[in-house]
Design a protein. Structure first.
Length: 336
């Protein structure tokens, strides 16, 4: 029996010193990756978030990615990283009335996903007012995310809701509730073990939150964290102060246990995703090994390579297959 296999991808902007398209695609092709998540990129007119790209820039990026043998795994959009309520909570997060947000930003993300020929849109669960209980805002959050999922469905897309600190969906328990209440196959959850550890959670709690989310998972983000001293549990994370990100085989998240269990999930999840037009189950590297923040991170070409090799070693150890370029792929590209 063949072992279950995942598709490896990553946030390509993390691999490039100046975030140019050529730097990103050169690094990923050299590392043997076939997929990338697009987030920040310089297509010749300065660094832009994918949401700000013009039609000529999109055409240029697509032509270049074909030259380097790459495909977009997911749109790394910032959808959902806005305030849920128009209140001053001391943060710099912006507020946009949701009706307008849905018709502008969310619609734009859907259109971009279609242009880049991916079925997956990464997003978030909105910022609740700081120092309030995120569960107090679940009703509104679920209502808004249901509308996001409905719009994604109209485009044939899947909205992936990432677990991240400071948002309503900051824990596996809350994301599992959101997934259950929205009840749409066009909304899935994204587990990110590193984002749990940065909230002061030990490995057993990370694994518990993964288990709670397992039913609604669409894909995984791979990053990890190892603080030099034990961390206390926190309700708010200063994301700009985080500086101890490490590859998955060196961190405190317990990725070995998570991935060993995830190997049993992959076959069923793969069948589900393929019915919706997704090529397989993605592990999306977002290592942050040279720094991370609220809207992105950086690893450099060397750091990204170290993070990828660390992940591959762990996948080999737990018996989960993965797809990197081989010589036959090089020959096929040469002969095209």
């Amino acid at each position: 029996m063949s072992r279950p296999t995942v598709l490896l991808s990553g946030f390509a902007d993390e691999s490039a010193n100046q975030k140019t398209a050529v730097q990103q695609f050169t690094a990923f092709a050299a590392l043997g990756l076939k997929y990338y998540t697009i987030r920040f990129i310089d297509a010749g007119n300065g660094i832009k978030n994918v949401m700000q790209l013009t039609k000529p820039e999109i055409r240029s990026i697509k032509k270049l990615q074909d030259e380097y043998g790459l495909q977009v795994s997911s749109l790394g959009s910032p959808i959902g990283k806005v305030k849920l309520l128009d209140v001053d909570d001391g943060s710099a997060n912006r507020y946009v009335p949701f009706g307008k947000y849905l018709k502008t930003d969310v619609k734009k993300a859907c259109e971009l996903a279609c242009q880049f020929e991916t079925k997956l849109v990464r997003g978030f669960s909105f910022y609740h007012p700081r120092d309030t209980d995120p569960r107090e805002h679940l009703t509104q959050t679920i209502d808004q995310l249901a509308q996001v999922a409905e719009l994604c469905q109209s485009y044939g897309l899947i909205f992936g809701l990432e677990l991240e600190a400071n948002l309503v969906g900051q824990s596996g328990d809350i994301l599992a509730d959101i997934h259950q209440k929205v009840a749409s196959q066009h909304l899935v959850t994204i587990f990110d073990a590193g984002n749990v550890v940065t909230q002061g959670c030990p490995a057993d709690e990370v694994y518990r939150q993964y288990q709670v989310m397992k039913k609604g998972l669409g894909w995984l983000h791979i990053k990890d964290y190892r603080h030099p001293v034990p961390m206390a549990r926190v309700t708010h994370v200063d994301e700009e102060a985080l500086k101890y990100f490490v590859p998955a085989d060196l961190g405190d998240s317990g990725h070995e246990q998570i991935l060993r269990d995830f190997a049993q999930v992959v076959p069923k999840l793969e069948r589900k995703l393929k019915k919706l037009g997704v090529p397989g189950v993605f592990l999306d590297l977002e290592p942050h090994v040279k720094g991370g923040g609220q809207f992105g991170g950086f690893s450099g070409p060397d750091g990204f390579g170290v993070a990828l090799r660390g992940l591959c070693r762990m996948l080999d150890y737990v018996g989960l297959g993965y797809d990197l370029r081989e010589f036959d792929d090089v020959l096929a590209a040469r002969d095209r």
